[in-house]
Design a protein around this ligand. Structure first.
Ligand code: SF4
Length: 364
Protein backbone atom coordinates (compact mmCIF):
# COMPACT_ATOMS: atom_id res chain seq x y z
CA UNK A 1 0.00 0.00 0.00
CA UNK A 2 1.34 3.47 -0.88
CA UNK A 3 2.47 5.40 2.19
CA UNK A 4 1.34 8.86 3.19
CA UNK A 5 4.17 11.33 2.66
CA UNK A 6 4.23 14.60 4.56
CA UNK A 7 7.08 16.45 2.86
CA UNK A 8 5.74 17.11 -0.61
CA UNK A 9 7.43 19.99 -2.42
CA UNK A 10 5.85 22.37 -4.89
CA UNK A 11 8.01 20.99 -7.72
CA UNK A 12 6.95 17.42 -7.01
CA UNK A 13 3.29 18.41 -6.93
CA UNK A 14 3.62 20.43 -10.15
CA UNK A 15 5.17 17.43 -11.84
CA UNK A 16 2.21 15.29 -10.80
CA UNK A 17 -0.33 17.94 -11.89
CA UNK A 18 1.33 18.19 -15.32
CA UNK A 19 1.63 14.43 -15.93
CA UNK A 20 0.03 13.34 -19.25
CA UNK A 21 -3.64 12.90 -18.41
CA UNK A 22 -4.03 9.15 -19.02
CA UNK A 23 -1.00 8.41 -16.87
CA UNK A 24 -2.20 10.81 -14.16
CA UNK A 25 -5.64 9.16 -14.09
CA UNK A 26 -4.11 5.69 -13.91
CA UNK A 27 -1.83 6.64 -10.99
CA UNK A 28 -4.58 8.45 -9.09
CA UNK A 29 -7.16 5.67 -9.64
CA UNK A 30 -4.64 3.02 -8.51
CA UNK A 31 -3.91 4.89 -5.26
CA UNK A 32 -7.62 5.52 -4.79
CA UNK A 33 -8.36 1.77 -4.93
CA UNK A 34 -5.67 0.99 -2.35
CA UNK A 35 -7.29 3.25 0.24
CA UNK A 36 -10.98 3.54 -0.63
CA UNK A 37 -13.87 1.62 -2.12
CA UNK A 38 -14.01 3.05 -5.67
CA UNK A 39 -17.75 2.38 -5.94
CA UNK A 40 -18.69 4.35 -2.85
CA UNK A 41 -19.15 8.11 -2.72
CA UNK A 42 -20.26 10.04 0.34
CA UNK A 43 -23.26 12.31 -0.06
CA UNK A 44 -23.07 15.32 2.24
CA UNK A 45 -25.53 18.13 2.80
CA UNK A 46 -24.41 21.70 3.35
CA UNK A 47 -26.81 23.81 5.40
CA UNK A 48 -26.43 27.55 5.65
CA UNK A 49 -27.52 28.03 9.27
CA UNK A 50 -26.77 31.77 9.24
CA UNK A 51 -26.61 33.47 5.87
CA UNK A 52 -25.11 36.77 4.73
CA UNK A 53 -24.00 39.91 6.54
CA UNK A 54 -20.43 38.66 6.97
CA UNK A 55 -17.82 41.31 7.87
CA UNK A 56 -15.04 39.59 5.89
CA UNK A 57 -14.05 40.52 2.33
CA UNK A 58 -13.45 37.13 0.64
CA UNK A 59 -13.45 38.10 -3.04
CA UNK A 60 -15.45 35.05 -4.13
CA UNK A 61 -18.20 35.24 -1.54
CA UNK A 62 -21.71 36.65 -2.06
CA UNK A 63 -22.28 36.57 1.71
CA UNK A 64 -19.82 39.39 2.43
CA UNK A 65 -21.90 42.35 3.62
CA UNK A 66 -19.74 44.85 1.75
CA UNK A 67 -20.64 43.59 -1.75
CA UNK A 68 -23.97 44.03 -3.50
CA UNK A 69 -25.32 40.58 -4.37
CA UNK A 70 -28.75 38.98 -4.42
CA UNK A 71 -28.13 36.96 -1.28
CA UNK A 72 -30.77 37.50 1.39
CA UNK A 73 -29.41 37.46 4.91
CA UNK A 74 -30.95 35.19 7.56
CA UNK A 75 -30.56 35.01 11.31
CA UNK A 76 -29.32 31.81 12.92
CA UNK A 77 -31.72 28.91 12.27
CA UNK A 78 -33.42 27.21 15.20
CA UNK A 79 -32.40 23.74 16.39
CA UNK A 80 -35.78 22.40 15.23
CA UNK A 81 -35.32 23.81 11.71
CA UNK A 82 -31.88 22.25 11.49
CA UNK A 83 -33.17 18.91 12.75
CA UNK A 84 -35.95 18.89 10.13
CA UNK A 85 -33.45 19.60 7.33
CA UNK A 86 -31.01 16.98 8.61
CA UNK A 87 -33.77 14.35 8.68
CA UNK A 88 -34.72 15.26 5.11
CA UNK A 89 -31.06 15.00 4.06
CA UNK A 90 -30.70 11.61 5.76
CA UNK A 91 -33.77 10.22 4.02
CA UNK A 92 -32.33 11.20 0.64
CA UNK A 93 -29.01 9.42 1.22
CA UNK A 94 -26.79 11.97 3.01
CA UNK A 95 -24.57 10.63 5.77
CA UNK A 96 -23.03 13.96 6.70
CA UNK A 97 -24.40 17.42 7.45
CA UNK A 98 -22.13 20.45 7.28
CA UNK A 99 -23.51 23.60 8.94
CA UNK A 100 -22.12 26.90 7.73
CA UNK A 101 -22.46 30.26 9.45
CA UNK A 102 -21.26 33.48 7.80
CA UNK A 103 -19.12 34.59 10.75
CA UNK A 104 -15.55 35.88 10.91
CA UNK A 105 -15.00 33.89 14.10
CA UNK A 106 -17.05 32.20 16.79
CA UNK A 107 -18.06 34.31 19.77
CA UNK A 108 -19.03 32.64 23.04
CA UNK A 109 -22.66 33.31 23.89
CA UNK A 110 -26.23 32.26 23.13
CA UNK A 111 -25.70 31.75 19.38
CA UNK A 112 -22.72 29.45 19.85
CA UNK A 113 -24.66 27.54 22.55
CA UNK A 114 -27.43 27.10 19.98
CA UNK A 115 -24.93 25.72 17.43
CA UNK A 116 -23.62 23.28 20.07
CA UNK A 117 -27.21 22.08 20.55
CA UNK A 118 -27.53 21.61 16.77
CA UNK A 119 -24.37 19.48 16.84
CA UNK A 120 -25.81 17.30 19.64
CA UNK A 121 -29.09 16.95 17.76
CA UNK A 122 -27.52 15.84 14.46
CA UNK A 123 -25.08 13.51 16.22
CA UNK A 124 -28.10 11.77 17.76
CA UNK A 125 -29.48 11.22 14.25
CA UNK A 126 -26.34 9.10 13.64
CA UNK A 127 -25.01 11.38 10.96
CA UNK A 128 -21.51 12.87 10.74
CA UNK A 129 -21.74 16.52 11.83
CA UNK A 130 -19.40 19.13 10.42
CA UNK A 131 -19.36 22.87 11.13
CA UNK A 132 -17.81 25.80 9.33
CA UNK A 133 -18.11 28.84 11.58
CA UNK A 134 -14.94 30.81 10.92
CA UNK A 135 -11.98 31.03 13.26
CA UNK A 136 -12.22 29.24 16.62
CA UNK A 137 -10.13 29.06 19.77
CA UNK A 138 -8.88 25.87 21.38
CA UNK A 139 -11.59 26.05 24.07
CA UNK A 140 -14.31 26.48 21.44
CA UNK A 141 -12.90 23.49 19.55
CA UNK A 142 -13.12 21.43 22.76
CA UNK A 143 -16.72 22.52 23.30
CA UNK A 144 -17.63 21.46 19.76
CA UNK A 145 -15.83 18.14 20.26
CA UNK A 146 -17.70 17.50 23.51
CA UNK A 147 -21.02 18.18 21.76
CA UNK A 148 -20.20 15.39 19.28
CA UNK A 149 -18.76 17.26 16.30
CA UNK A 150 -17.22 14.90 13.74
CA UNK A 151 -15.41 17.45 11.53
CA UNK A 152 -14.56 21.14 11.40
CA UNK A 153 -14.22 22.82 8.02
CA UNK A 154 -11.80 25.69 7.55
CA UNK A 155 -10.57 26.10 3.98
CA UNK A 156 -7.11 27.41 3.08
CA UNK A 157 -8.73 28.57 -0.18
CA UNK A 158 -5.50 28.93 -2.22
CA UNK A 159 -1.73 29.23 -1.83
CA UNK A 160 -0.47 31.62 0.85
CA UNK A 161 0.71 34.01 -1.89
CA UNK A 162 -2.58 34.11 -3.79
CA UNK A 163 -4.67 34.25 -0.60
CA UNK A 164 -3.46 37.84 -0.14
CA UNK A 165 -4.99 38.74 -3.49
CA UNK A 166 -8.43 37.45 -2.55
CA UNK A 167 -8.88 38.29 1.16
CA UNK A 168 -7.55 41.23 3.12
CA UNK A 169 -9.40 40.93 6.41
CA UNK A 170 -7.48 37.96 7.83
CA UNK A 171 -4.21 36.14 7.26
CA UNK A 172 -3.27 32.63 6.16
CA UNK A 173 -1.70 31.96 9.54
CA UNK A 174 -5.11 32.54 11.20
CA UNK A 175 -6.46 29.68 9.09
CA UNK A 176 -3.59 27.42 10.10
CA UNK A 177 -4.01 28.38 13.76
CA UNK A 178 -7.69 27.42 13.70
CA UNK A 179 -6.82 24.09 12.07
CA UNK A 180 -4.21 23.66 14.82
CA UNK A 181 -6.88 24.32 17.48
CA UNK A 182 -9.15 21.68 15.94
CA UNK A 183 -6.23 19.22 15.95
CA UNK A 184 -5.99 19.54 19.74
CA UNK A 185 -9.32 17.68 19.93
CA UNK A 186 -10.57 14.45 18.35
CA UNK A 187 -12.56 16.37 15.73
CA UNK A 188 -11.39 15.63 12.18
CA UNK A 189 -10.18 18.41 9.87
CA UNK A 190 -11.83 19.38 6.60
CA UNK A 191 -9.83 21.93 4.61
CA UNK A 192 -9.54 22.59 0.91
CA UNK A 193 -9.88 25.41 -1.55
CA UNK A 194 -11.21 26.97 -4.69
CA UNK A 195 -9.77 26.88 -8.19
CA UNK A 196 -10.65 29.36 -10.91
CA UNK A 197 -10.11 32.55 -8.89
CA UNK A 198 -7.41 33.75 -11.30
CA UNK A 199 -4.62 31.86 -9.57
CA UNK A 200 -1.93 30.04 -11.57
CA UNK A 201 -0.98 26.39 -11.44
CA UNK A 202 1.86 27.15 -8.99
CA UNK A 203 -0.77 28.52 -6.58
CA UNK A 204 -2.82 25.35 -6.90
CA UNK A 205 0.29 23.32 -6.18
CA UNK A 206 1.12 25.69 -3.30
CA UNK A 207 -2.25 25.04 -1.72
CA UNK A 208 -1.76 21.28 -2.03
CA UNK A 209 1.70 21.64 -0.42
CA UNK A 210 0.13 23.52 2.51
CA UNK A 211 -2.54 20.82 2.97
CA UNK A 212 -0.46 17.71 2.34
CA UNK A 213 2.40 18.74 4.62
CA UNK A 214 0.06 19.05 7.59
CA UNK A 215 0.70 16.08 9.83
CA UNK A 216 -1.77 14.43 10.05
CA UNK A 217 -3.16 15.44 6.68
CA UNK A 218 -6.78 16.70 6.67
CA UNK A 219 -9.25 13.81 6.70
CA UNK A 220 -11.33 15.73 4.17
CA UNK A 221 -10.34 18.09 1.34
CA UNK A 222 -13.08 19.87 -0.64
CA UNK A 223 -12.06 21.04 -4.11
CA UNK A 224 -14.36 23.81 -5.32
CA UNK A 225 -14.58 25.44 -8.73
CA UNK A 226 -15.35 29.14 -8.40
CA UNK A 227 -18.98 30.04 -9.03
CA UNK A 228 -18.57 33.66 -10.11
CA UNK A 229 -21.42 35.63 -8.53
CA UNK A 230 -22.49 39.04 -9.80
CA UNK A 231 -21.57 41.80 -7.41
CA UNK A 232 -18.50 40.03 -5.98
CA UNK A 233 -14.97 41.12 -6.91
CA UNK A 234 -14.49 37.88 -8.87
CA UNK A 235 -17.73 38.23 -10.86
CA UNK A 236 -15.90 38.31 -14.18
CA UNK A 237 -13.74 35.21 -13.75
CA UNK A 238 -14.21 32.70 -16.56
CA UNK A 239 -15.19 29.18 -15.49
CA UNK A 240 -12.35 26.64 -15.34
CA UNK A 241 -12.33 23.69 -17.70
CA UNK A 242 -13.27 20.22 -16.48
CA UNK A 243 -9.71 19.07 -17.25
CA UNK A 244 -8.36 21.44 -14.64
CA UNK A 245 -10.77 20.02 -12.06
CA UNK A 246 -9.83 16.44 -12.98
CA UNK A 247 -6.13 17.24 -12.68
CA UNK A 248 -6.66 18.95 -9.32
CA UNK A 249 -8.69 16.03 -7.93
CA UNK A 250 -6.18 13.45 -9.21
CA UNK A 251 -3.22 15.37 -7.76
CA UNK A 252 -4.97 15.79 -4.40
CA UNK A 253 -5.70 12.04 -4.38
CA UNK A 254 -2.05 11.13 -5.08
CA UNK A 255 -0.54 13.44 -2.45
CA UNK A 256 -3.22 12.73 0.20
CA UNK A 257 -4.09 9.06 -0.36
CA UNK A 258 -6.28 8.54 2.70
CA UNK A 259 -8.19 11.79 2.54
CA UNK A 260 -11.80 12.05 1.47
CA UNK A 261 -11.57 14.31 -1.61
CA UNK A 262 -14.79 16.25 -2.06
CA UNK A 263 -16.12 17.46 -5.36
CA UNK A 264 -17.78 20.63 -4.11
CA UNK A 265 -18.98 23.92 -5.65
CA UNK A 266 -19.20 24.25 -9.41
CA UNK A 267 -20.80 20.87 -10.20
CA UNK A 268 -23.71 22.45 -12.09
CA UNK A 269 -21.18 23.44 -14.77
CA UNK A 270 -19.83 19.88 -15.05
CA UNK A 271 -21.20 17.23 -17.39
CA UNK A 272 -22.02 13.78 -16.02
CA UNK A 273 -19.02 12.41 -17.92
CA UNK A 274 -16.81 15.05 -16.31
CA UNK A 275 -18.07 14.17 -12.83
CA UNK A 276 -17.56 10.45 -13.56
CA UNK A 277 -13.93 11.16 -14.47
CA UNK A 278 -13.50 13.06 -11.22
CA UNK A 279 -14.80 10.02 -9.30
CA UNK A 280 -12.39 7.82 -11.26
CA UNK A 281 -9.56 10.24 -10.40
CA UNK A 282 -10.29 9.89 -6.69
CA UNK A 283 -13.13 12.19 -5.69
CA UNK A 284 -15.27 10.31 -3.21
CA UNK A 285 -17.78 12.80 -1.93
CA UNK A 286 -20.30 15.25 -3.32
CA UNK A 287 -22.56 17.83 -1.74
CA UNK A 288 -26.26 17.23 -2.34
CA UNK A 289 -29.13 19.70 -2.47
CA UNK A 290 -30.11 22.37 -4.95
CA UNK A 291 -27.99 25.01 -3.19
CA UNK A 292 -24.45 25.01 -1.83
CA UNK A 293 -24.78 27.68 0.86
CA UNK A 294 -25.95 30.30 -1.63
CA UNK A 295 -24.80 29.08 -5.07
CA UNK A 296 -26.63 26.58 -7.34
CA UNK A 297 -25.98 22.83 -7.11
CA UNK A 298 -27.49 19.81 -8.91
CA UNK A 299 -30.80 18.46 -7.61
CA UNK A 300 -30.62 15.35 -5.35
CA UNK A 301 -32.67 13.27 -7.82
CA UNK A 302 -30.20 14.10 -10.62
CA UNK A 303 -27.35 12.93 -8.40
CA UNK A 304 -29.12 9.71 -7.49
CA UNK A 305 -29.71 9.04 -11.20
CA UNK A 306 -26.00 9.60 -11.82
CA UNK A 307 -25.11 7.21 -8.97
CA UNK A 308 -27.42 4.58 -10.47
CA UNK A 309 -25.94 5.00 -13.91
CA UNK A 310 -22.38 4.66 -12.58
CA UNK A 311 -23.19 1.88 -10.09
CA UNK A 312 -22.09 4.03 -7.16
CA UNK A 313 -23.36 3.58 -3.59
CA UNK A 314 -23.74 6.37 -1.05
CA UNK A 315 -21.19 5.94 1.76
CA UNK A 316 -22.51 5.10 5.22
CA UNK A 317 -21.54 7.41 8.10
CA UNK A 318 -18.57 6.70 10.41
CA UNK A 319 -16.72 4.43 7.95
CA UNK A 320 -13.40 6.18 8.59
CA UNK A 321 -13.78 6.97 12.28
CA UNK A 322 -16.19 6.03 15.08
CA UNK A 323 -19.18 8.21 15.94
CA UNK A 324 -18.05 10.71 18.59
CA UNK A 325 -19.80 10.68 21.95
CA UNK A 326 -22.01 13.65 22.63
CA UNK A 327 -21.99 15.19 26.11
CA UNK A 328 -25.08 17.14 27.22
CA UNK A 329 -24.57 20.84 28.01
CA UNK A 330 -25.30 20.22 31.73
CA UNK A 331 -22.46 17.66 31.99
CA UNK A 332 -19.97 19.59 29.92
CA UNK A 333 -16.38 20.03 31.20
CA UNK A 334 -15.61 22.99 28.97
CA UNK A 335 -17.42 26.25 29.62
CA UNK A 336 -17.55 29.54 27.73
CA UNK A 337 -14.49 31.62 28.57
CA UNK A 338 -15.63 34.79 26.82
CA UNK A 339 -12.22 34.97 25.12
CA UNK A 340 -11.42 37.80 22.75
CA UNK A 341 -8.54 36.39 20.71
CA UNK A 342 -6.48 38.69 18.52
CA UNK A 343 -7.00 37.27 15.05
CA UNK A 344 -4.95 39.30 12.61
CA UNK A 345 -6.36 41.96 10.32
CA UNK A 346 -3.69 42.49 7.65
CA UNK A 347 -5.92 45.08 5.91
CA UNK A 348 -3.72 45.36 2.83
CA UNK A 349 -5.73 46.79 -0.06
CA UNK A 350 -7.02 44.56 -2.85
CA UNK A 351 -8.03 46.79 -5.73
CA UNK A 352 -10.88 44.67 -7.09
CA UNK A 353 -12.33 44.11 -3.60
CA UNK A 354 -12.29 47.86 -3.00
CA UNK A 355 -14.02 48.51 -6.33
CA UNK A 356 -16.75 45.94 -5.58
CA UNK A 357 -17.23 47.51 -2.15
CA UNK A 358 -17.65 51.00 -3.62
CA UNK A 359 -20.04 49.67 -6.27
CA UNK A 360 -22.00 47.87 -3.54
CA UNK A 361 -22.32 51.13 -1.54
CA UNK A 362 -23.77 52.95 -4.53
CA UNK A 363 -26.28 50.20 -5.30
CA UNK A 364 -27.49 49.69 -1.71
S1 SF4 B 1 -16.36 32.98 2.77
FE1 SF4 B 1 -17.08 32.93 4.89
S2 SF4 B 1 -15.74 34.39 5.95
FE2 SF4 B 1 -15.55 34.86 3.76
S3 SF4 B 1 -17.09 36.47 3.38
FE3 SF4 B 1 -18.06 34.47 2.93
S4 SF4 B 1 -19.09 33.91 4.81
FE4 SF4 B 1 -17.61 35.50 5.34
Amino acid sequence: MSETKHNWTKDEILEIYNTPLMELLYQAASIHREHHDPNTVQVSTLLSIKTGGCPEDCGYCPQAARYHTNVEGNDLMTVQQVKAQALRAKSSGSSRVCMGAAWRNVKDGAEFDQVLEMVRTINKLEMEVCCTLGMITENQAHRLAEAGLYAYNHNLDSSEEYYKKVISTRGYQDRLDTIGNVRKTNVTVCSGGIIGMGENIEDRAGMLVALSTLNPQPESVPINALVAVEGTPLEEQKPISIWEMIRMVATARIVMPETQVRLSAGRTEMSREGQAMCFFAGANSIFAGDKLLTTPNPDVSEDMELFKMLGLNPQKPFIKKMQPESVEASASQYQALGEKPKWTRPEHKIERNEEAKQKGKVLK
